[in-house]
Design a protein around this ligand. Structure first.
Ligand code: PHE
Length: 490
């Protein structure tokens, strides 16, 4: 059987959890939705959500993993009523996280390709056309898969090889790799903030980012966006943080660590906003347009807008390399944290060798990822991302709170957490786990279901959307199947 590996020290655990949390979500998702939902007002809402939902959930996941000393499925299998246990919830979380990682790694694949394109700023004067046509080969509809661009498949393969190597010996290897993958993107981010702020027009961009429109606090969409950003960004509902906490040696703290990780994640997102918006301000300035016209999120921001700006800077290839290395190192530790979480689950349950499980998961994820490399890949990425974020993560978070809060008992868990932690949690934590998180997750689930019944997501055909629904249902079935297989005791 695989021997149990622990983090070498507290710093390794904190860095690994931070690495998992801090990812593409901080750099290209947060700044954009912050701007879209009222700048400073969204920032305020996000801090509220972080305190009421994000950090309590992180404390809960750390608590579960540390208490039961196992992956998400194993830990939740220890909570029982009669002979019913809740292992399936752990599997469900892992499957949702796995699905997210299959497309997350494709974005890493694009970044690998751009490392080469940037050497000669190959996008020329038309970065948008270059990205959609030359790189992605985007087709006109979701069922027209077009050709598989081999350069992306190779980028994807490189990402998976890198992921497998980073977790080869589990927590032992991860604990070392994260020293680089957490600090390097931070250093690069600071370089981009300083460079960005020194550009003409930067101030206009920052003004856009931060000017608060307080009236937006009244809009339910703002709160929905804040909560879903919080789940995604903190990697809660993925089963990852449960596994990471299970590698903690005895006598470890939970509460302080959760606060550290949550606050570092939010701070990174906030700082990333300065890098993004100062450069967008410059972009708008050079184009003679207003900042609101150049606002983009996600792929377009990273692979079209940023390259345009990079071309305009002196030492363009250098900045380009720094930018894509930043994206890659931001993403890698999030991606491998999921493989670690999933691997821990298979090792706990099926007693297989770590390397076999790591390699197996990575090969399957790589093969599934090929769908997102096709000409319709971007559409599928968009659909899956919507379903995993708005249904998968909320459902996983909701079920975790109900099971621990009401069946295991939030008071029991709180007592355990307080016994081991330097800082103690009070009644507020019970209120959060028993009421605030489950109610908000439940409402958001309902809202998302109603929205989808009314109209298909993003104007895609219902038949395409069915794959989103289908995946959620498939994951529920698979999690029940996994939890029923051979009931071996650990
Ligand atoms: N927390 C990550 C981010 O903000 C999301 C993520 C985690 C994606 C784990 C995949 C696996 O980007």
């Amino acid at each position: 059987m695989e021997e149990k590996v622990y983090w070498q020290n507290r710093v390794a655990f904190i860095l690994a959890s931070m690495g998992s949390a801090i990812g593409l979500g901080n750099v290209w998702r947060f700044p954009y939705i912050c701007y879209k939902y009222g700048g400073g007002a969204f920032l305020f809402a996000y801090v509220v959500v972080l305190m009421l939902i994000g950090i309590p959930l992180l404390i809960l996941e750390f608590g579960i993993g540390y208490k039961f000393k196992g992956s998400a499925p194993y830990s939740l299998s220890q909570v029982r009523i009669g002979n019913i246990n809740f292992e399936f919830i752990g599997w469900f979380a892992i499957l949702v996280g796995f699905c997210i990682t299959t497309y997350y790694s494709v974005i890493m694949g694009w970044s690998f390709d751009y490392l080469f394109y940037t050497l000669k700023t190959m996008w020329g004067d038309a970065p948008k056309e270059f990205f959609y046509k030359n790189v992605l080969g985007l087709t006109d509809s979701v069922f027209n898969l077009g050709k598989i661009p081999w350069h992306i498949v190779i980028g994807l393969l490189l990402s998976w090889v890198w992921i497998v190597l980073s977790i080869w010996k589990g927590a032992k290897t991860v604990g070392k790799v994260v020293y680089v993958t957490v600090t390097l993107p931070w250093i690069l981010l600071i370089v981009f903030v300083i460079r960005g702020l020194a550009l003409p027009g930067a101030f206009e961009g920052i003004k856009y980012y931060l000017t608060p429109s307080w009236e937006k606090l009244l809009s339910p969409e703002l709160w929905q966006a804040a909560i879903s950003q919080c789940f995604f960004s903190l990697t809660v509902g993925f089963g990852v943080m449960i596994a990471y906490a299970s590698f903690l040696p005895p006598k470890s703290d939970i509460v302080n660590n959760a606060f550290l990780v949550g606050l570092a994640d939010a701070a990174t997102a906030y700082i990333a906003g300065f890098a993004v918006f100062s450069t967008l301000g410059y972009y708008a300035y050079t184009m003679g347009v207003s900042v609101s016209d150049v606002m983009k999120s996600g792929p377009e921001l990273a692979f079209c807008t940023y390259p345009t700006i990079i071309s305009k800077l002196p030492f363009a290839p250098l900045f380009g390399i720094m930018f894509f290395v930043m994206l890659l190192t931001l993403a890698i530790d999030s991606a491998f944290s999921l493989v670690e979480g999933a691997s821990a689950s298979f090792i706990d349950k099926f007693k297989i060798k770590r390397w076999k499980s790591n390699v197996g998961i990575s090969i399957i994820a790589f093969l599934l990822g090929i769908i997102y490399t096709t000409g319709a890949g971007l559409y599928w990425l968009d659909i899956m991302d919507h379903f995993m974020n708005n249904f998968g993560l909320f459902l996983a978070g909701f079920l975790e709170c109900i099971i621990i809060g009401y069946i295991y008992g939030s008071e029991n868990m709180k007592r355990f957490i307080n016994e081991v932690s330097e800082r103690k949690i009070g009644k507020w934590w019970n209120i959060s786990i028993l009421i605030i998180v489950p109610i908000s997750a439940f409402i958001l689930l309902l809202v998302s279901i109603i929205e989808r019944i009314k109209s298909p997501y993003g104007g895609y055909p219902r038949s395409a959307e069915a794959f989103g629904w289908g995946s959620i249902i498939l994951f529920l079935i698979l999690s029940i199947v996994f939890s029923r297989i051979t009931k071996e005791e650990k």
